[in-house]
Design a protein around this ligand. Structure first.
Ligand SMILES: [Fe+2]
Length: 215
């Protein structure tokens, strides 16, 4: 008797995409200006009132129905990267309708995001516009292994810390639980966040991003 075949399959992998941009200082500056304008005009979701993951000292700005030039301009870069992410995980040719929702998250000293998922998305992304430099884990993103305690039995880790850097865009499944550690001191932590909802169709097999729209 002998072994006929033997192979290992990773059954439940979690894709995590990371793209670094450069040369966007002016766009970052304009987004920060937009944040301050929205705050001055009260166009924010206050975490003390609304149900968000922000705690401590922070708020969100919904972009669902806004037509903001700098956001519209920058969103095209994010959509292109999302298209690349889908291709890299084998979903580049699926025939689907994709819609996107977007919002800005702002945190200041003591602010943090409790662990959460994005229940309305298929994939989510985070782009860092402004990040105060602090030692780990202040302001770091923490990803929770969706395999939970089983990860301990397969020599994996239960959590993954991600250092935030300005100009970094990340993609991950919306079911992946994540949170942000608080930071102390000066500065504001500003990120641009997207949820992409993918509804698969069964018609002509064209580029799924053809139907992308905000709102
Ligand atoms: Fe989130």
């Amino acid at each position: 008797m002998k072994v006929k075949t033997s192979k290992i399959t990773n059954l439940f992998p979690t894709p995590f995409g990371r793209v670094e941009f450069e040369g966007f200082d002016d766009i970052h500056r304009r987004i920060v200006e937009f944040v301050h304008e929205c705050e001055a005009q009260g166009k924010i979701r206050d975490s003390r009132v609304d149900v968000t993951s922000n705690w401590g000292n922070g708020f969100q700005i919904p972009l669902l129905r806004e037509k903001v030039p700098v956001i519209e301009e920058f969103t095209q870069h994010i959509y292109q990267s999302f298209e690349g992410f889908l291709r890299s995980i084998g979903l580049g040719e699926i025939d689907a309708d994709i819609t996107a929702d977007a919002w800005i998250v702002v945190s200041r000293t003591g602010g943090y995001n409790a662990p959460h998922i994005h229940p309305h998305g298929t994939f989510s992304s985070i782009y860092y516009v402004s990040i105060p430099e602090r030692p780990s884990p202040q302001g770091y993103l923490e990803l929770v292994n969706p395999l939970g305690s089983a990860a301990l039995q397969s020599f994996g880790s239960t959590n993954q810390l991600v250092e935030p850097k300005e100009g970094t865009l990340m993609f991950f499944p919306s079911h992946l639980m994540h949170g942000v550690h608080p930071f102390e001191g000066e500065g504001e932590r500003i990120s641009l966040n997207f949820d992409y909802t993918i509804v698969q169709k069964d018609t002509d097999g064209s580029n799924p991003l053809r139907g992308i729209q905000r709102g």
